[in-house]
Design a protein around this ligand. Structure first.
Ligand code: NAD
Length: 333
């Protein structure tokens, strides 16, 4: 099957070529993001594959449908970038990758927390300049502290279990309770409980209900000096409100692997460009902010599973088999 691979990175191409030997698809790699201006590039491709920052809204889907696209395969778990209702209406099937090493993201979130708390990013920069002072590098013991997990699904549960292993009290905030989360001692709380935590980590999907779920109100009530970790989706946190909370000192530190306006920035080398986004420049200027470019998923195991599952889904579609990773507004409500 002819597949237009949008946002294809070099590290993906090598692995896709290797995995595709057992599928035999005609993979065409495109550097560009899929969006209203680039959708026409997919004309004549029955399969289109996208990543987190591609735009797959109604307009784009209409262009894809006109060009003969029948399946959109997103190489990620989240599907906030895809208009499922429009896809259903246009008869385009959408598949994602539901289960690829949730450990990759959970472990990265733990890494961000440790670095943020113990100022490892600052220590690293200092020692490179032969500055071995400790001033400003003090953190706190995690043992005995309270960690709130917003979204106790696959990733949130693993993150919570690791933090329980550190000797933390682990709290969960979710619309559904997970027995797995409670098995290691995770305890469900309401918004007030989250606000009392020393650490808050985001692991729910971005939906209209969760947009800015951590906003000005929550950030005004969090425990003084609390640390906020977001490895889920940028839109979950009101970035401007977070900047104000950092400026006031209420928020003790912020670690982000995702950013509200990341689509124009991430996965590109902009080191010789002038960045016009003043919000991200402000964020980067704080000593107690760590920003990474949406890499929490990026392990050998996860990437192999993501790409393998994507090709499997396209092959299943071509052979008329059931699509186990299909997402549809009708199915997901
Ligand atoms: P999951 O579906 O297993 O878990 C999500 C949890 O969020 C579920 O328990 C769900 O009930 C909960 N939730 C939904 N709406 C909620 C609400 N309004 N309030 C509180 N909780 C709510 O998903 P997962 O595999 O654990 O992934 C979680 C998220 O992580 C994804 O949606 C994606 O955005 C993000 N992610 C990021 C990366 C990365 O590289 N940074 C990689 C993979 C996934």
């Amino acid at each position: 099957m002819r597949v237009a691979m949008f946002s294809a990175q070099n590290y993906e191409r090598v692995l896709l070529d290797e995995l595709n030997t057992s599928h035999g698809h005609d993979l065409v790699y495109l550097d560009t993001l899929l969006g209203p201006k680039t959708a026409l590039l997919a004309a004549g491709f029955p399969a289109v594959s996208v990543f987190v920052n591609d735009t797959v809204d109604r307009t784009v889907l209409e262009d894809l449908a006109r060009g003969g696209t029948k399946i959109v395969a997103t190489r990620c778990t989240g599907f906030n970038h895809i208009d499922l209702e429009a896809a259903d209406e246009l008869g385009i099937q959408v598949v994602r990758v539901t289960n690829y090493s949730p450990n990759s993201v959970a472990e990265f979130a733990v890494g961000l927390l440790l670095a943020l708390n113990r100022k490892i990013h600052r220590a690293h920069n200092r020692t490179r300049e032969s500055d071995f002072r400790l001033d400003g590098l003090m953190g706190f013991d995690l043992v005995g502290r309270t960690v709130a997990v917003i979204g106790t699904g696959k990733i949130g549960t693993i993150f919570g279990r690791i933090m329980a292993g550190f000797g933390c009290t682990v709290l969960g905030f979710d619309v559904h309770r997970s027995p797995e989360f409670e098995k290691f001692g995770g305890r469900y709380v309401d918004a007030e409980g989250v606000e009392a935590a020393d650490v808050i980590s985001m692991h729910c999907p971005l939906t209209p209900e969760t947009y800015h779920i951590v906003g000005r109100r929550t950030l005004g009530r969090v425990k003084n000096g609390a640390l906020l970790i977001n490895t889920s989706r940028g839109g979950l946190v009101d970035t401007e409100a977070a900047i104000d909370a950092l400026k006031s000192g209420r928020l003790g530190g912020l670690a982000l692997d995702v950013y509200e306006q990341e689509a124009d920035l991430f996965y590109r080398d902009l080191s010789s460009s002038i960045i016009s986004d003043d919000v991200i420049r402000r964020l980067i200027s704080f000593p107690n902010v760590i920003l990474t470019g949406h890499q929490a998923f990026f392990t050998q195991e996860a990437l192999r599973t993501i790409l393998g599952t994507t090709l499997d889904s396209i092959s299943d579609f071509e052979a008329g088999r059931t699509l186990t990773n299909r997402i549809s507004r009708r199915l997901d409500g």
